[in-house]
Design a protein around this ligand. Structure first.
Ligand code: HAM
Length: 424
């Protein structure tokens, strides 16, 4: 037996209704906010991610699926989508016609992480990017979009964590302070954090190690190093969130795992998820376009939601949706009636009536059993009498009643029952 690769998952038919529910909600809310979908390739030149995510991040250091293709180019399966979207905007000159872009995307991503609950090597994200505005209004609009999705999905007991990491100048000053502070405790820090101290000190703040947490507790706060621009942006963002009655937890240690952020960062967390408690996150990234060599700065802000983590939450809330069953099963008692079966199925399907029939030459009894298993509303029975008289017998499975009608009349009855169903 050859099994699926560790950290990947089959999405089985029984799970699909919940996926559809989530996907439909994402489509509807994106539309409500005027966002348009963009689809980029699943793999990119490795450089796209090296330039954007940050050379000292976990993603770039340990998690990318990178390989040389047959032409010798270094290719990476996308570990996130913001970089791909920025690459696509620049390449397709999308900013030439619009000074602002509202884009959303959905699809699989790949990170070589240690699999555990809510952490996969292939997972899915929905994300949205609002590109072209430096204003806090744009950050808040993005948070409103994320929150509307979260609420419509019915996610309970979640928390919205908010922070700002300021602009580059502020962050640089803060980084120096952090290094001086943590250096005093270097020997007491976890091995990972000692490494981060050399490479990416801000990431120490994200540590979950008990020893680190003790030291982090009293470390300098980023807000004390903000310049005027950083402070104004952050204060205005908080003010606008309050204006919209959005509850958030100010979290000075929230730094996120990608290096492209500036100013606002945020995360959605749920206690149901355990160690991997973040089911979405994002923030502002004013410098990413120039990192890609774009001629001018393009301020932008966005977020992504982890679909598998959202599904874990919904499942734990006992959210279930029935798998839709076909409406009609055609049962017939002689193989030679198959041409009438095909004709009837063709006719019903042309009228948008989901229909199926036996393709294994089962007995009539076994066919009825199968129809029952599928949970169809009607079984059409084609027996000798029906074939000879051009009639159909319709069995209403719920009422357990059956009636014979002229062929056209029977079809009409099924059609009417379908539209009555749709009206409800
Ligand atoms: P991220 O925080 O790396 O942000 O990922 C967003 C979400 O994807 C996480 O909150 C989590 O729910 C989900 N996720 C991440 N890794 C895994 C995994 N291994 N297994 C399952 N789910 C996972 C980004 O990717 C940014 N591009 C978000 C963004 C958009 N920032 C600005 N615009």
């Amino acid at each position: 037996m050859v099994n699926a690769v560790r950290g990947t998952k089959d999405i089985l038919p029984s799970e699909i209704p919940l996926w559809y529910f989530v996907e439909k909600t994402l489509h509807n809310v994106s539309n409500l906010f005027g966002f348009k979908e963009i689809r980029t390739p699943i793999f990119e030149r490795t450089e796209v991610f090296l330039r954007s995510i940050g050379s000292e991040t976990d993603i770039v250091n340990k998690e990318m699926y990178t390989f040389l293709d047959r032409g010798g180019d270094s290719i990476t399966l996308r570990p996130e989508m913001t970089a791909s979207v920025v690459r696509a905007i620049i390449q397709n000159n999308l900013l030439a016609e619009n000074s602002i872009l509202r884009l959303w995307y959905y699809g699989p991503l790949f990170r070589y992480e240690r699999p555990q609950k809510g952490r996969l090597r292939q997972f899915h994200q929905y994300g949205a990017e609002l590109i072209g505005s430096p204003e806090p209004e744009a950050d808040v609009e993005i948070i409103l979009l994320a929150k509307e999705i979260v609420e419509r999905l019915g996610i309970l007991n979640y928390k919205l964590l908010l922070n700002s990491i300021g602009n580059r100048t502020s962050r640089q000053r803060y980084k120096q302070e952090l290094i001086s502070y943590f250096e005093k405790y270097a020997n007491s820090l976890s091995n990972d954090s000692q490494e981060r101290l050399r490479k990416n000190p801000l990431r120490i703040l994200d540590s979950k190690d008990e020893r680190d947490l003790e030291i982090i507790k009293n470390c300098p706060k980023i807000y004390d190093y903000f310049d005027k621009e950083s402070l104004e942006h952050y204060n205005k963002t908080k003010e606008l969130l309050a204006l919209n009655n959005i509850e958030f937890l100010e979290t000075p240690h929230l730094v996120r795992g990608l290096d492209y952020y500036t100013h606002t960062v945020f995360e959605f967390q749920s206690p149901i998820l355990g160690a991997q408690d973040s089911f979405g996150g994002g923030g502002r990234y004013n410098e990413l376009f120039t990192e890609f060599g774009f001629k001018k700065e393009v301020p932008a802000t966005g977020f992504a939601l982890g679909i598998e983590r959202i599904l874990l939450i919904l499942e734990s809330q006992q959210k279930t949706l029935p798998n839709s069953s076909p409406l009609v099963y055609i049962a017939f008692n002689k193989p030679e009636f198959i041409s009438k079966v095909f004709e009837t199925a063709y006719f019903l399907r042309k009228h948008d009536i989901p229909t199926l029939f036996d393709v294994q030459k089962k007995s009539l009894k076994a066919q009825m059993k199968e129809a029952n298993k599928y949970g169809v509303k009607f079984v059409i029975i084609l027996g000798d009498d029906e074939i000879n008289n051009n009639t159909i017998t319709i069995k209403d499975m719920k009422k357990s009643e059956q009636t014979t009608y002229p062929f056209e009349k029977g079809i009409e009855i099924i059609q009417n029952s379908k539209s009555a169903n749709e009206d409800n």
